[in-house]
Design a protein around this ligand. Structure first.
Ligand SMILES: Cc1cc2nc3c(=O)[nH]c(=O)nc-3n(C[C@H](O)[C@H](O)[C@H](O)COP(=O)(O)O)c2cc1C
Length: 261
């Protein structure tokens, strides 16, 4: 690219920048029903939405989102992702089956299929995890001692936060660590492509913890690892969706080497 071309494209302000939004300062404010029109807007308006309107999402729209997301890169193009999209009666049956286990056995009824989180928590990760947890519960008015309230809020995962569509992501279990890396790019693409269509999402490890129920209800074979779930739909205008999660400034995790001072 010529320097003229690169400088003119660099100076073309994206809608997010034009609106005076500095990505390092935070996410775009929540606007139910908003739709992203640029990459920056998609990234900055994506958040984990935990209250959806029940309005159905057309199958063709989800197919389009997945087709876009499938353009994600993967080492030697192996494309490790497998997706089950559930709606209607199937979604309701899966949700009920998971809730039945949760109501009968609580968290003990679920075993993570793989260690998504560290086995031994330590700072700074523990502090960040606690912060987002208490920020969420604080927004919902839940106090530390309100175990029943927290149990109810966790159960919202299994109702897919009322979203009409849930996606169950799996991957063949003979694939290696690199495929998990590829998978993350695909998942992020799904969430960003959804923003471009006015849809929102919540990625959910909690759903993967119900892998035994999912296997039974959806006939998922042992040869596939359940990676995670994801709720998808149109965001409801609710307080829980206004949660703004923090991010570390670039300087705390980046070293620039060899640049002019
Ligand atoms: C793979 C993955 C699994 C997650 N699992 C859950 C979950 O089970 N339940 C939930 O409410 N949020 C879940 N989250 C959302 C995170 O809490 C959220 O991404 C993080 O706090 C940053 O907030 P943001 O997504 O709104 O930017 C998950 C996120 C990812 C990437």
């Amino acid at each position: 690219m010529s320097s003229a071309a690169s400088s003119s494209s660099a100076s073309a302000a994206s809608p997010a920048y034009a609106a005076g939004i500095d990505p390092s300062a935070g996410a775009l404010p929540f606007r139910a029903g908003s739709r992203a029109h640029s990459v920056e807007e998609a990234i900055l308006s994506r958040r984990s939405v935990r209250a959806f309107r029940p309005d159905p999402v057309p199958r063709a729209l989800i197919e389009e989102i997945l087709a876009i997301a499938g353009r994600a890169p993967s080492g030697t193009n192996i494309q490790p992702w497998k997706v089950r999209v559930i709606a209607g009666e199937v979604r309701d049956r899966v949700s009920r089956a998971i809730l039945d286990v949760y109501e009968a056995e609580g968290e003990a009824g679920f075993k993570p299929p793989y260690n998504y989180y560290p086995v031994k928590w330590r700072d700074p990760y523990l502090a960040r995890r606690r912060k987002v947890g208490w920020d969420l519960y604080g927004l919902l008015g839940l106090k530390r001692e309100d175990k029943a309230g927290m149990h109810r809020q966790h159960a919202r995962n299994f109702e897919f936060f009322d979203a009409p569509v849930a996606l169950i992501f799996t991957m063949d279990n003979d694939l290696e660590l690199g495929s998990w890396l590829d998978y993350g790019m695909f998942l992020q693409n799904v969430m960003l492509a959804a923003r471009g269509k006015g849809l929102d999402t919540c990625p959910q490890a909690a759903i993967a913890n119900a892998h035994l129920v999912l296997r039974r209800e959806l006939g998922i074979p042992e040869s596939e690892n359940i990676v995670c779930g994801m709720s998808m739909g149109y965001a409801r205008d609710e307080l829980v969706n206004t949660l703004v999660t923090e991010r570390e400034p670039v300087g705390t995790y980046t070293s620039f080497l060899g640049f002019p001072a």
